[in-house]
Design a protein around this ligand. Structure first.
Ligand SMILES: Nc1ncnc2c1ncn2[C@@H]1O[C@H](COP(=O)(O)OP(=O)(O)OP(=O)(O)O)[C@@H](O)[C@H]1O
Ligand SMILES: [Mg+2]
Length: 369
């Protein structure tokens, strides 16, 4: 097993700097995910760790050994890392067994050792019964398991995954996710996992690194990233769909009172533990669609006070989408459009007057990215 240290990692393609001064420490046995939108530099970072790319600057150590720094460059085959790619990169005409045996053959291991190691790796991924089938005659999910077995067979101290599940259908992706998680619990190999799928990141990781434009926005446990995103970019990436800009009018330790143009009362929002805000600060409020609830509009109970409140804000329904077990509404409050998701059945139609309730504690003050 291995801890990985990345310092000042920088990679350019021509004028395009795709990773810039990235610092990261991955603990021995940790499952760490790089999460971010397409083009943010996830694969490039992973390939630098694997030795498939040479960085322009920076240093990487694996298990205390410097593998790249200045003129030092340890080639990929000497880094003791197993890789699993999105495209399985298997030989379709060879059998499952031969595909999995390949890394050990390259290392010229004795035949008996190869036979038992291959069987063990295939048992780990539940494919021992298909050892003699040709890879071309397997389903996508089975092929991805072969790729996983091949990455595991040499018992590497580091596993590198680049979107390994993205070619699978939704159901298979979910079951492979569970299996990968169970495998990591069992084997405990230090793993760096690249994805743009927040569910994968949340379910698999000990820690998540959220990246944009080759730089890190936030590093945290899945719970921290999900509940307490540092800024609008991270919030947006982990599923907050409503953003309101406003001005802080009052603060205490845990809450801020924020005035948003067009809302009849100021809003009570949870302050993030990452930052403090002062009265007068421009801030962004982030809110998940399932924390926005609609109720029937009742003029008498609609918020009229000038104190802070998140209840009964008058709104107009501007869109309704039936999603099966849930209904998604778009409502207008002043010039703002909010998205709400509630259990079905459909209760309101476009043009209806409703009252919006913003769930206590779910309105979060975040930094504008
Ligand atoms: N060999 C290359 N030559 C030139 N530009 C490259 C090369 N490889 C990657 N890039 C560019 O570097 C940037 C980062 O690419 P990278 O593959 O690391 O992104 P990513 O986060 O893995 O994205 P995705 O989620 O789409 O896989 C992109 O703008 C990409 O076009
Ligand atoms: Mg990529």
């Amino acid at each position: 097993m291995a801890a990985v240290t990345i310092r000042g990692l920088t990679k350019r393609y021509g004028d395009n700097t795709v990773v810039e001064g990235l610092d990261l420490d991955i603990a021995d046995g940790e499952f760490l995910t790089l999460l971010g939108p397409s083009g943010c530099g996830k694969t490039t970072t992973l390939r630098c760790v694997a030795g498939l790319e040479k960085p322009d600057a920076g240093e990487i150590s694996i298990d205390g050994r410097v593998v790249v720094s200045g003129r030092t460059f340890v080639p990929p085959e000497k880094r003791d890392a197993g890789m699993v790619f999105q495209s399985y990169a298997l030989w379709p005409h060879m059998t499952v067994r031969s595909n999995v045996a390949y890394p050990l053959k390259m290392r010229r291991r004795p035949r008996a050792e190869i036979t038992s190691a291959v069987l063990e790796a295939l048992e780990m991924v539940g494919l021992d019964h298909l050892a003699d089938r040709s890879v071309g005659a397997l389903s996508g999910g089975q092929q991805q398991r072969v790729a996983l077995a091949r990455a595991l067979v040499a018992r590497p101290s580091l596993l590198l995954f680049d979107e390994p599940l993205s070619n699978l259908d939704a159901k298979l992706r979910a079951s492979m996710r569970t299996e990968l998680h169970a495998m990591h619990e069992r084997v405990g190999t230090t793993s760096i996992y690249v994805t743009h799928d927040q569910i994968e990141a949340l379910t698999l990781s000990d820690r998540i690194v959220v990246m944009q434009h080759g730089a890190i926005h936030q590093i945290g446990t899945p719970e921290e990233i999900y509940a307490d995103p540092v800024d609008r970019f991270v919030a947006d990436f982990v599923g907050f769909e409503n953003f309101l800009t406003g001005i802080v009018v009052d603060v205490d330790t845990w809450t801020s009172v924020v005035k948003v143009d067009g809302f009849p009362t100021a809003l009570l929002a949870r302050s993030s533990k990452h930052r403090t805000f002062d009265p007068g600060d421009d801030v962004t409020l982030a809110l998940r669609a399932n924390n926005v609830t609609l109720t029937d509009f009742n003029a008498a109970s609609a918020a009229t006070s000038t104190s802070a409140g998140t209840d009964g804000i008058p709104a107009t329904v501007t869109g309704v989408a039936y999603l099966g077990d849930q209904v998604e509404y778009q409502v207008k409050v002043g010039a703002h459009t909010l998205k709400s998701r509630m259990s079905s059945p459909v209760r309101w139609a476009e043009g209806d007057q409703v009252a919006v309730v913003l769930q206590q504690d779910s309105l979060l003050v975040v930094k504008e990215s």
